[in-house]
Design a protein around this ligand. Structure first.
Ligand code: AMP
Length: 249
């Protein structure tokens, strides 16, 4: 069983994101980028399936600029066997990403695709669901547990009020939630080995996919600044402020 794992290069989660002065987007110059955290979880799960003998090959795929090769090298250092970059400098919307991933999934005859539940830059939470629809595969979203048994994926999902366990016939699509696993750190020898693993670079034209955007970003703005708090002397004063100033009771 071949597994496709989608890994997106995003602004590192520790960076304080700043909006560009003209409101057209966020500042990306001189900012640290890394692998989307949910995709690290997806990759870890795929590598564990390979280590357990349930999978034969793990292919990491990224869509983005040439710098996304660094993200793919990290994926190779964590244990992916090979990588594919679909190189573009355009902003690629979830539907276009899903179409590109579907083309790779068909070309590589993968039986399982594991994606993050969302990319932490745009917070879309759309690509996995769209990919499953395009491939006409069953989907197990927000997985907190995954196993492969007799040609099926058994997926536990965290839902309101409990855990839901579903069985999907392969080929299938999974998106990862935070509690699925704790991704490993790449060891130095594996980082060295990753430099020699295959990394193929393709264009959207080679895959026959049109990535023309369908949305126009009108503006991006900073969240409103929080006002400084005040200390109240006692419960009576708190009640008074809530009633007369905040007018919430
Ligand atoms: P989103 O729907 O944008 O929140 O992204 C959900 C998941 O889709 C991510 O966690 C990735 O696994 C995958 N994905 C989205 N955009 C890309 C991209 N440009 N390259 C690779 N994978 C992506």
């Amino acid at each position: 069983m071949k597994i496709l794992v989608a890994v997106k290069r995003v602004i590192d989660y520790n960076v304080r994101v700043r909006v560009r002065a003209d409101g057209s987007g966020v500042e990306t110059a001189n900012v640290k980028f890394s692998m989307n955290p949910f995709d690290e979880i997806a990759l870890e799960e795929a590598v564990r399936l390979k280590e357990s003998g349930a999978a034969t090959e793990v292919i990491a795929v990224s869509i983005g600029p040439v710098q996304a090769q660094e993200t793919l090298r990290s994926a190779l250092a964590m244990g992916a066997d090979r990588a594919i970059l679909i190189q573009t400098d355009e902003a690629v919307e979830p539907l276009a990403v899903a179409k590109l991933l579907a083309a790779v999934a068909r070309r590589e005859s993968v039986e399982l695709a594991i994606l993050g539940k969302q990319a932490i830059d745009d917070d879309a939470n759309q690509t996995g669901q769209m990919l499953a629809a395009l491939l006409d595969w069953p989907q197990g979203t927000f997985a907190s547990k995954l196993s492969i048994e007799n040609g099926h994926a058994i997926v536990t999902r965290e839902i309101d009020g409990g855990l839901e366990t579903i069985r999907l016939a392969l080929p299938a699509l999974i998106t990862t939630d935070l509690r699925l696993n704790t991704p490993r750190y790449a060891s130095l020898p594996n980082i060295m080995k990753a430099k020699k693993k295959p990394l193929e670079v393709l264009t959207q034209a080679e895959l026959g996919v049109d990535i023309t955007p369908r949305l126009v970003t009108l503006k991006v703005e900073e969240p409103p600044k929080r006002k400084a708090g005040v200390k109240v002397a006692d419960a009576a004063q708190l009640f008074d402020k809530l009633k007369h100033e905040a007018k919430v009771i």
